[in-house]
Design a protein around this ligand. Structure first.
Ligand code: IVH
Length: 670
């Protein structure tokens, strides 16, 4: 019996390790989660019946050990160094020049890697078993966090592949993905515990716990980026070989790692990663270049605490300190009243920022933010800059609290909604010039009616002069009126009139989106247009007919009904139709379902189409268009300068279409 169980348990160890490898390293699970869970439960059942057969590195033993009293100190056999930093391209060129000169080479190959913003860890494997994990500490001595590292699912307790060295030290980064960070802070908030400022602090705090059960509950992940000590067995000869070997042994390695040539290759990599930075599931603060060849690395050696063969090319910081000079409220298109902090201008996320959103009244209370406070502002990609934290240490005397106004500062109407409710609204509707301005800007925006030349400043003037009191008035503007505005020349005025004239021919989807019905974004507008085919069909639809539309729930249906039930809106609609706003009706359009169920990603620029056009045509044929390449992508359409999405698609074996092939597929090739 025992003998049979031994074999059974070993079989399950092998299977579970293999499926962990497929999941965490290859990012390509072979079996559904339910089947994995079944194997896991089968193993637990066997282990419960045969406790003496349970191996120390059994996959069920991730959270076995008891809490420790304190974290023991660990001496690193090979110090864990830091990296020299660069921010500017010149510094990268200089780094490459130094490497080339010291090595006597014309071109140096580098391995380029994302620089994860987590914390460094060293993992020791003896005969394939994870025996110790330690933080970097001061580089010479770190802390023993073996009990915690074992709970991180992407760190294998046992290597795979069989041909691993007798002793292997893996170095890499423990990090917390964004989604997990948000969840963790939600839990912290609900239990009244301290919130973590960013994923890096959360990762560090989670890894340095005394009780491994706490670490196990934290969504940590790991990527390996190098090797330390290697004994017994063949040693890799380059960084790229080392990363391949790590993958082969079951250590997850970032799939965006790439081998590049010279400073130019490095810079191109930096640019590509910067573009996709916001789409990554985790924070990175730059990229790292490492001379690929290990013998070249040895030749270059070290200076102080950093290797001469590596460079961290940092991205502009996404968080900075500044001072709140004032707090005001802004009124949006739908009347939502948002508090905005006026800041002492600060360079963050690559631009100078002087305003940051405070989201709502309860956020102001949560942050306890006051005028005069020093705060951390964050600007990540194109996301609106926000105040994330007050630095209480730096609070000076005389800071002032902010009282939310009861009336709209623009039109004087009551602000409605409870301060405890998240959204407060100005009740003025289109009587409120702030709401009117924003709704006209939305109407004219590129994805709506696309009126080129009708910018924000101009809309402000048109509303303030009362030439425009609703969107239909735009179509009554004439040259004389426009010329009477400040800073308006004849050429721009004529261009604008032409653009207004031109926008009359649109699509029903764009038109519905342009109306700015609350809850009706671009996607919903297109779904409604597709479903009802005509404006009249939609205008007379009742709640249940609206709810029949896929993706339209009761809340959206209610907003649509409310919009069409208002006589003011009906009148504006009639006037818009009267001035000639029109769209092809569905019968004449080229809607088809030939690409139904297919998922497309677009990258690079196309010669014959804009990105939006391409997207629209795809959706018209029933395809889905997503932003990033994954296992679910069917086709990547690659224009010129495609960047990293192409690399990813090729890695995943996804069909890549060039522009001609794409147009042929759409049946639109001329
Ligand atoms: S290599 C001598 N590679 O950055 C080589 N480090 O400033 C030292 N880091 O402590 C590390 N991603 O925590 C390396 N792909 C990467 C990295 C990386 C993040 C962190 C690591 C290290 C710090 C160095």
């Amino acid at each position: 019996m025992k003998k049979g169980s031994r074999a059974e348990i070993d079989r399950l160890y092998g299977q579970i390790r293999y499926h962990d490898y497929c999941y965490y390293v290859l990012d390509a699970p072979e079996i559904p989660d339910a089947e994995y869970d079944r194997l896991y439960r089968e193993l637990i059942a066997l282990e419960v019946r045969n406790p003496d057969l349970v191996a120390g590195d059994s996959p069920t033993k991730r959270v076995g050990s008891a809490p420790v009293q304190n974290l023991d100190e660990v001496q690193h056999a090979i110090p864990m160094l830091s990296l020299s930093n660069a921010f500017a391209q010149d510094e990268v060129i200089e780094f490459d020049r130094r490497c080339r000169e010291a090595l006597g080479l014309d071109v140096v190959d580098y391995v380029a890697e994302p620089k994860l913003d987590g914390l460094a860890i060293s993992l020791h494997y003896d005969d394939g078993q994870l025996v110790r994990a330690a933080t970097r500490g001061d580089g010479n001595r770190g802390e023993d966090v073996t009990h915690n590292a074992r709970t991180i699912r992407s760190i294998p307790l046992h290597l795979v592949g069989g041909d691993y060295p007798d002793q292997l030290e893996v170095r890499g980064e423990v990090y917390m993905p964004h989604a997990g960070f948000a969840r963790l802070n939600d839990v912290q908030r609900r239990s009244g515990s301290k919130l973590y400022v960013n994923p890096r602090n959360a990762a560090a705090g989670s890894l340095r716990q005394l009780d491994p059960r706490i670490t196990a509950s934290r969504p940590l992940a790991f990527y390996g980026y190098g090797v330390g000590l290697v004994n017994g067995g063949t040693s890799p000869e380059s960084q790229s070989q080392a990363l391949d070997a790590l993958r082969h042994w079951g250590i997850p390695v970032n799939p965006r790692v790439s081998t590049v040539s010279g400073a130019e290759g490095c810079m191109e990599y930096h640019e590509n990663i910067l573009v996709i930075r916001e789409k990554l599931a985790y924070d990175i603060d730059g990229v790292v270049y490492k001379v690929d060849s290990f013998s070249a690395q040895d030749q270059l050696g070290f200076i102080a605490r950093a290797p001469r063969w590596a460079l961290a090319h940092k991205f502009p910081a996404q968080e900075e300190l500044t001072v709140i000079q004032g707090i005001e409220v802004q009124v949006g298109r739908t009347g939502a009243v948002t508090p905005v902090a006026r800041l002492q201008p600060v360079f963050v996320g690559g631009v100078t920022v002087s305003n940051a959103t405070l989201h709502n009244a309860s956020e102001i209370r949560r942050l306890d933010v006051r005028i005069g406070d020093t705060v951390i502002v964050r600007r990540a990609g194109d996301v609106i800059p926000e105040v994330v934290k007050v630095v209480l240490d730096r609070r000076i005397e005389g800071t002032r609290s902010f009282r939310f106004p009861k009336r709209c500062p623009i039109c004087g109407s009551d602000i409605v909604g409870d301060v405890d409710q998240v959204v407060l609204r100005c009740s003025g509707g289109l009587f409120c010039s702030a709401q009117l301005k924003e709704s006209i800007k939305h109407f004219a925006s590129r994805r709506a009616m696309d009126i080129e030349g009708l910018g924000s400043k101009l809309v402000d003037q048109l509303v303030e002069t009362r030439y425009v009191r609703d969107v239909a008035d735009l179509f009554d503007l004439d040259l004389e009126t426009l010329l009477s505005l400040e800073r308006m020349g004849e050429k721009s005025a004529r261009n604008l009139l032409h653009a207004i004239d031109h926008c009359r021919n649109t699509s029903l989807g764009r038109f519905l989106f342009a109306l700015g019905i609350p809850q009706v974004g671009e996607v919903t507008a297109n779904i409604l247009a597709e479903h009802f085919a005509t404006l009249d069909g939609l205008r007379v639809a009742d709640q249940s007919q609206l709810e029949e539309v896929s993706d339209v729930g009761p809340i959206v249906a209610e907003e649509v009904l409310r919009f069409f039930s208002q006589t003011d809106n009906q009148q504006v609609l009639d006037r818009l139709l009267l001035v000639g706003v029109t769209w092809p009706d569905k019968q004449n359009s080229t809607t088809s379902h030939k690409l139904a169920g297919k998922t497309f990603v677009l990258t690079g620029s196309l010669d014959h189409l804009t990105r939006d056009d391409a997207k629209q045509r795809l959706t018209r044929h029933g395809a889905r268009v997503t932003a990033s390449v994954s296992g679910k992508t069917d086709f990547l359409v690659a224009g010129s300068d495609p960047g990293s999405k192409l690399v990813r698609a090729e890695e995943l074996g996804i069909s890549v279409l060039d522009e001609t092939a794409f147009l042929l597929l759409l049946g639109e090739h001329k």
